[in-house]
Design a protein. Structure first.
Length: 406
């Protein structure tokens, strides 16, 4: 039994695509992650992924980016602008709450601050399951906390949301409404097909919670890191300050560069289902663990240049090289929400007025328009309880939407 680490970019890319390597990064967090899409393998994974991919089409991304997110961001900013202060972690969580709850299928009938605060709290509680493998404390204590969080999430939000969708699906089957009028979300897809893909209620609960968590948790991480890198670049490169303020395509390039340097998970972890010869030349047995070091692979000099370990939004890459590297995975476990989070990669002839930027870039741009800057009196705090690169708090100051005259 041994651990084999793959860190070269080419080898990592090829390793992630090997079908005989099973996802094992979230084994410690089975209390939430057991048999959700990201931990499935083989035919069960293929069937579930094909089912859920019905949601993630181009018009879905465009709808959320053009119709849903602007109102969400405006409402979120209204909470912070009067005081001129915000926390990037809190801002991102609140802005992404409605977006991720919508596509997961979580109803919010009250629409109150108390309801939103409860969902933010539950999001934080469930997030511990995804990072449990990197947690250095007592993991069983955390598991019990996640169980309690799931129970509350079920009783207050999931159960009534599922019941409403069951009633709507029943009306469609009875010919009382059109299928096109059903909510377009993961929970509805699962409820309408639970007999075809053998889904128990507990599995549907975990899958819905997972989508709510994954959609928000990773984008919160990415938005905070992106702005941190932009702050530093802006200070060190005053010649780019105006471009950051006025060129949204350049800001998206900053986001993609930050995504490369700061993947939400620094590693991918796989377990061989049979003896596997790895692209690195290693032979992996069934009792071995294969670690794909995404953090190191995304900083390979041979792929990203001599300054690969540094943030450089002017980086030149081949046309077929994703600017965010392996952050969203490859192969069967490529992140379904990649286009929602990162948008499309801009080309030389891209029209900035119709381009799909992705939620991370749009959240970043919204703050830049309000002159976001670090709060010198309150430095940011990193999460020291887990091995992942993460911020627990990042206080910032906000100015007026337009600079004062005179």
């Amino acid at each position: 039994m041994s651990t084999i680490t793959v860190s070269g970019y080419k080898e990592a890319n090829q390793t992630l695509a090997i079908p005989d390597l099973k996802q094992s990064l979230y084994d410690e967090g089975k209390v939430l992650m057991d048999r959700v899409l990201v931990t499935l393998h083989g035919e069960e994974h293929r069937s579930r992924r094909l089912l859920e991919m019905r949601i993630f089409k181009k018009d879905f991304f465009q709808h959320y980016e053009q119709k849903v997110l602007p109102a969400v961001v405006e409402r979120t900013l209204a909470r912070f602008l009067p005081t001129g202060r915000a926390d990037l972690v809190d801002y991102s969580q609140r802005a992404l709450l409605d977006l991720t709850a919508d596509f997961a299928g979580i109803d919010r009938p009250d629409g109150t601050d108390e309801e939103r605060n409860a969902l933010v709290r539950l999001l934080k509680g469930m997030g511990a399951a995804a990072t449990l493998g990197q947690y250095s404390g007592d993991r069983e204590v955390v598991r019990e906390q996640v169980r309690a969080t799931l129970r509350e999430f079920d009783e207050r939000f999931f159960a009534p949301s599922m019941q409403r969708r069951q009633q709507l699906v029943a009306r469609v089957r009875a010919g009382e409404m059109n299928e096109a009028d059903l909510p377009r979300d993961i929970l509805t897809i699962l409820v309408a097909n639970e007999d075809r893909v053998e889904l128990s209620r507990d599995m549907i609960l975990r899958e819905t919670a997972f989508y709510y968590l994954a959609g928000a948790h990773t984008s919160v991480h990415s938005t905070t890191h992106a702005l941190h890198e932009i702050f530093q670049w802006r200070d060190q490169h005053p010649e780019d300050r105006e471009r950051i303020d006025r060129d949204p395509l350049f800001v998206q390039r900053c986001v993609h560069e930050s995504l490369r340097l700061h993947p939400s998970s620094p590693i991918a972890q796989r377990r061989p289902l049979c003896p596997v010869h790895l692209p690195s030349g290693d032979q992996a047995a069934t009792d071995d663990t294969v670690i794909v070091d995404l953090y190191a692979a995304n900083r390979q000099v041979g792929t990203f240049g001599e300054d690969a370990a540094e943030f450089n939004p002017h980086r030149k890459l081949p046309a077929n090289q994703p600017p965010y590297g392996l952050t969203f995975g490859v192969g069967i476990h490529t992140c379904l929400g990649r286009n929602l989070a990162a948008g499309e990669v801009a080309k030389a002839n891209t029209d900035p007025t119709t381009h799909q930027y992705g939620t991370v870039a749009l959240l970043t741009l919204a703050l830049i328009r309000h002159h976001v800057r670090p709060d010198p009196a309150n430095p940011p705090q990193r999460d020291t309880a887990i091995a992942r690169e993460a911020w627990t708090s990042y206080p910032v100051l906000l100015g007026p939407a337009t600079p004062p005259s005179g």
